[in-house]
Write a protein that binds this ligand. Sequence first.
Ligand code: PEP
Ligand code: MN
Length: 352
Amino acid sequence: MIIMKTDATEEDIQRVVKEIEHSGLRADVSRGEYMTVIGPVGDERLLPFDRLATLPGVKEANRVESPYKLISREYARFFGEPGAHRTVVIGDVRLGNGEPVIIAGPCAVESRAQLMRIAEEVKQAGAHILRGGIFKPRSSVHSFQGIGATGSEEAEEALYWLREAGNAYDMPVVTEIRGESMVDLVAKYVDIMHIGARNMYDQDLLVAVARQRKPVLLKRHFGASIEELLSFSEYVAAEGNKDIILCERGIVPMGKGKSFTRYTLDLAAIPVIHNETYLPVILDPSHGTGRRDLILPMSCAAVAAGADGLMIEAHYDPSEALVDGPQMVTPDELKVIIDTCRQLRGIMAKKN
Ligand code: PEP
Ligand code: MN
């Protein structure tokens, strides 16, 4: 990490950047109101920190051992407000701004009519962003794989419906990208690029998605530590894209007995992540529990823990859904969840 003096000139900054690039690394330049800090990206063993420290305009040049630096509070301390969270702006929606942002919609997009009706009803319930899976990660090859799996024309048509539904009901849209080959196509239609839990470790996908320069929703793998989630989100930040929304969605249940929930929600991850990074963090109680009756209490718990938003699967008739019906809430239930979480956030804000 290279911390520049408050009176460092642009020429001084560029000289440091050139030195870093000369050693075969890239430089992340973050400019604050008073200070600029430069984060080298790459193998730092190759950098002559002693020499960098002597360059004009340089206050300090230190090697930081952490696998996540560019997204850390430590880094932001030099150019931002201490304790501040990054607000990710998606159209008219500001995520990380205090109000819990609700992303809702079907698990899978099944038809234009299904999506349009759900979009209308979740919007009425108070949702801000529309979700809908087109390329579904499924455990069985014999189950419905999402409309996108049937061919690129169908995938593009479904992406078009998602865009149409978002435009019709004034909501930004998000869908999951499962592979690098889909990145350009999906980026043409969506506002947020979603990387699912199973792909959290795919660094090539992370880089390809980051380069679209759209907000990235990154879910924690169900076997990943918090440190791994943060380390892999650094791949996005290292491309110069810091519009990252982290999502806790449950980790594998422990023990041998019956597991009462689909995964185990790690709610403590929310304040821990806030402590480590300035990025916003949301909770997905739908995949985390797999149970409709637990969506309200877990949403409240997440908001009380400081979550910046929730991603909730919703359907007008969950029994009709081809995927994940048991964890879907109806639009009426979603409205209760949203209203309760808003009130709760109000109470929490007064306390702080
Ligand atoms: C999803 O949100 O559609 C999904 C499949 O979630 P996860 O990647 O968390 O399993
Ligand atoms: Mn689902």
